[in-house]
Design a protein around this ligand. Structure first.
Ligand code: RP5
Length: 181
């Protein structure tokens, strides 16, 4: 078996690091219309080789499914949930109330209120039930934050995150070179 630590970010992580295992991250969203934003989380997880599943789970339209998903996730091997929703965005908080897993909330911007409604619905959780809320539309950071949570106990993922930071650094250096002409 390939040594995951030998992989480089980005590009050559074509297979999940845990390809034989069940998904370790659950990416859920209130509607398929959220995918235009939430696909960035899936993309980031793929870049870090993290096996994940994608599912529409609506707090309001499928409340039974929401409860089932939250209660089963840990037992199925999921270790982090990324939940995105827009408007009256109750999905991340409700999931967090029914699972001990870390939940990362993504406020999805809709046509009105510029996503402030989604942000405030997700971020203002009562003490005891945390949701790690990223910026409005910040699904890529949600994926990277999930990678960091897993990377705290997975050296291969942590190595890729270090590599990614160096990539960002060299991109800035390249842009500066171009500016100087
Ligand atoms: C929310 O309502 C969803 O998360 C979505 O952002 C929004 C609109 O859903 P659709 O009417 O597009 O299905 O629950």
């Amino acid at each position: 078996q390939e040594n995951p630590g030998s992989r480089k970010y980005p590009g050559d992580v074509t297979e999940p690091l845990h390809s034989s295992a069940a998904p370790v991250v659950g990416v859920v969203m209130g509607s398929d219309s959220d995918w235009r934003v939430m696909s960035d989380a899936s993309q980031a997880l793929t870049e870090f080789g993290i096996a994940h599943e994608v599912e529409v789970v609506s707090a309001h339209r499928t409340p039974d499914k929401l409860m089932q998903y939250a209660r089963d996730a840990r037992g199925r091997g999921v270790r982090v949930i990324i939940a995105g929703a827009g408007g009256a965005a109750h999905l991340p908080g409700m999931l967090a109330s029914m699972t001990p897993l870390p939940v990362v909330g993504v406020p999805v911007p809709l046509a009105y209120l510029d996503g402030m409604d989604s942000l405030l619905s997700i971020v203002q959780m009562p003490a005891g039930i945390p949701v790690a809320t990223v910026s409005i539309g910040g699904a890529r950071n949600a994926g990277i934050l999930a990678a960091r949570i897993l990377g705290a106990s997975d050296a291969a993922i942590a190595d890729l995150l270090e590599e990614y930071a160096r990539t960002l650094e060299s991109q800035v250096a390249e842009k500066n070179e171009r500016l100087k002409g």
